[in-house]
Design a protein around this ligand. Sequence first.
Ligand code: ZN
Length: 698
Amino acid sequence: MMTSARNPLLCRLSFSQSANALTDFSAILPEHIEPAVDELLNASQAALDKACEPSFPANWQSLSGTLDVATERFGVAWGAISHLNGVADTPELRAAYNEALPKVTQFFTSLGSDERLYAKYQAIDPASLNEEQAQAHKNSLRSFQLGGADLVGAAKERYAEIDERLSALSQKFSENVLDSTEAFSYMACEMEMAGVPSDVKIAAKARFDALAIDDEKRGGKTTGYILTLKAPCYMPVMQFATNSALREVLYKAYATRASDASVGSDAALRDNSTIITELLALKHEQAQLLGFKHHAEVSLATKMANSSEEVVAFLRDLASRAKPYAMKDVTEMREFAKQELGLADPQPWDWTFISERLKEARYAYSESDVKNYFQLPKVLDGLFAKIESLFDVHITLDAAPTWNDKVRFYRIVQSGQLLAQFYLDTAARDGKRGGAWMDDARGRWLRVDTNELQTPVAHLVCNFADGAGDKPALLTHDDVITLFHEFGHGLHHMLTRVSERDVAGINGVEWDAVELPSQFMENFCWEWDVVQGMTAHIDSGEPMPAGLFQKMLAAKNYQSGLATMRQVEFSLFDMLLHSQEGAVTEPLALLAEIRKDTAVLPTPSYSRTPHSFSHIFAGGYAAGYYSYKWAEVLSADCYASFEEATLQGAEALKATGKRYLAEILQMGGSRPAIESFVAFKKRKPTIDALMRHQGMQT
Ligand code: ZN
């Protein structure tokens, strides 16, 4: 039996109980997990029970001092375990993690729906709260209400029943999409593979060779290629295969996945048609139980947008501005297809191919050329220098035990005062989950138990290819954008000045506004000064030539009109689907109606886009898909202020950075995002800057 004194999940570094002691990541072993989780869970449960006793005072200080102190300790330890599960997975760690996961999930779910706790929060006198506490209080009452805490009797039972059914249906929806994607395969011969990139061909040939000699997928052949609908195969075939008939086969299978129009054995078992209508009906019923008009109203209750009407008007405005550019994109493709590719009457499965060819002809540059200029250490220097000058802070290397030798730890300081610290883990390796993300190891909190200020700590994680030998890692420009994006989230979390934990940094920020700071940072990757300053050729040490950068810039906005219309169509469909008087029973008819306005390319009648729209039917984006475009508008509009200030000179730029820091980054979730935006911009958001940045001048 392990004593708690030696368990790094229970006793943080330097044997200090200080709020700012760090987790000793290097010492955490799989066998520490179970005893730590059990102890912290019991302590949290005891704190919850204590806080819910009738005699326990219903005031913020007491509740926070008992409950938040316990759940914070639990949350930080569990966060460290989950983090290791994501970045340093081993079979033993995974087993211990999976063993503990259900208990942890169950506790936090029960915490969020505990009626005794809800009553205690309701009993708090709002007049006793400061502004930050009032916002946090409002958020927790609302989350209880949206979880059905106000319902009684049959309505409460029905609510829970619907919840359970919804999660089963969503699960089945995504399984159907996955299964129908995997059920399809096509055996192609050498001739059909013309144009397909060699790495894709090698993988397709390996799939064929792996089949048994008598497997019917071989079609009786001894050599061939097996093509699938998975992205690494489907996309390059649609982009590069010169054989139009081959593209048609794959296109049709892809467009009809998990639907009544899908062919193949057992396709009917994977049809999402009735799942979609049942999901819509249940969401509608649940919204009405809660006293809302429709599901969109429920979804928007926690978002920056006020109403479905506001979102629809925003999307229609965007559509009307982008449509002329989308039509121009199509005209260019038609001309190019006719003159250069001999395609006089392009079909739906030809457009991706034509688009790729046209892009090559007009904007070709070599990705590997670009990569030779972006050395990770130099890029980081450039990024840190930009952050330092924008927000008047200093970033310096710090020291802390980590889970891997290559991980670096930094501190952010302002006028000698520690603001925050972060772990930077950039290299891809075995046992590390793919993708890039920012996670909070700890949030800013003026602790009620010790009156000590807990400073934020963030995890910044990417998966860049490591450098060979003693050479530094080289990044693509997309990698650089990803790095800046995640740092945008990181700065939001770390530069906050809010003292109330649940509304500090990214906590409590509306869902459709949370990408503002991240997308904002991406803009600097397209500034010549910034790019020039953070590039040095791996061999010559020369910065990137201006000509190459100009080509990248031109390619950036390629077909932005078409891309915008596509996103708008999805977003409109999602919002209109969830904001009708009654539940929608004919989603395809609704989509066809929307397309009358938005479509610039014809869609074949067999297409079943909704049937694989997992974002909204299985991914929590129902009546929320518009958020992508919404946040893009906000970030572009904020960035435009920096463009204007740059023209006015160094003083103006400094003042703008200071205002952005004070009104947006530092405020975190302590007030509605629209208030922060207006405080910075002195007006409401407009679409103009986004259109201009994407080459659609209006
Ligand atoms: Zn993001």
